[in-house]
Design a binder for this molecule. Structure first.
Ligand SMILES: Nc1ncnc2c1ncn2[C@@H]1O[C@H](COP(=O)(O)OP(=O)(O)OP(=O)(O)O)[C@@H](O)[C@H]1O
Ligand SMILES: [Mg+2]
Ligand SMILES: [Zn+2]
Length: 248
């Protein structure tokens, strides 16, 4: 302890500060001296409370934006941004083009409560559009991850992998909280490598949220994957059979 420079910090003194709203209030003088940026000027107690309440009110919207962005990240570009509210906001003609079954949107909305959904119907009827709408609602309700996988990619992934190594997409499809299998059994694949049955079996066993879009009827799926897997797909599923039909 030499006789060198000694500085004392006065922590007690208050200074009168004017909030942006005009109110004057007392504020620790030493903190005020440190604030150089006027954008972060201290606010009065009332304004601080209001700002806190506003931030709290913004939270659900920000959380949804974050979850929507994470969900879009997993989708093919055509389906990014697709949601029930987006479909309802479209001009009627465009909405009917994307979902050719007039009752499809309402059926899909009701299916959000289900955790196992099959969307069936002919090409272009709106299966994938509605599958992504349901998946988005699931994604909004939790921070759980979604995988969107093409049925053929899932069916052939193992063929590209060295023996003994599981294909990454299969590993992910087995475990991920929410899975959309788009176009199950749409194209012929080698049954020896096809991971679809394993994925469906495991997800059914552990009750993991899954959406299937299928162009075929249950009979054709059974012929490809076997009766046991077809039963797991259809038995407890919410099945939405889409038929192109215009609304009145
Ligand atoms: N973002 C978009 N912009 C414009 N058109 C779109 C968009 N998304 C989907 N569509 C159109 O909506 C219709 C339904 O599309 P969707 O992909 O859901 O059909 P699908 O039943 O899955 O058909 P497929 O059996 O061929 O997979 C199609 O005509 C498609 O081109
Ligand atoms: Mg599709
Ligand atoms: Zn104020």
């Amino acid at each position: 302890m030499g006789d060198g420079f000694k500085m004392t910090l006065d922590l007690e003194s208050m200074t009168s500060v004017q909030c942006a709203c005009g109110t004057h209030f007392e504020f620790p003088a030493w903190v005020f001296k440190l604030i150089k940026n006027h954008a972060t000027m201290p606010r009065c107690a009332k304004c601080t409370e209001i700002a806190k309440a506003e931030a709290l009110a913004r939270e659900p919207a920000e959380r949804q934006e974050r979850r929507d962005a994470a969900f879009d990240d997993r989708l093919p570009p055509l389906y990014q941004g697709t949601s029930f509210e987006q479909l309802y906001a479209l001009p009627p003609d465009e909405r009917r083009r994307r979902c050719k079954d007039a009752t499809g949107i309402d059926q899909a909305k009701a299916a959000v409560r289900s955790s196992w959904v099959v969307l069936a119907g002919p090409a272009g009827v709106g299966k994938t559009v509605l599958a992504t709408c349901i998946g988005r609602e699931w994604a909004r309700a939790s921070d759980q991850r979604t995988l969107f996988v093409d049925g053929f990619a899932l069916a052939t992934a193992r063929a590209q992998e060295k023996l003994g190594n599981e294909a990454p997409v299969v590993e992910n499809a087995l475990r991920v909280s929410q899975l959309i299998i788009d176009d199950l059994c749409a194209r012929p694949s080698n049954a020896l490598f096809d991971a679809s049955s394993d994925v469906i079996h495991a997800r059914h066993q552990y009750q993991r949220r899954t959406i299937f879009t299928v162009g075929h009827d249950p009979g054709a799926i059974a012929a490809r994957l076997g009766d046991g897997i077809a039963r797991r797909i259809y038995e407890a599923a919410t099945i939405i059979e889409l038929k192109p039909k215009a609304s009145r």
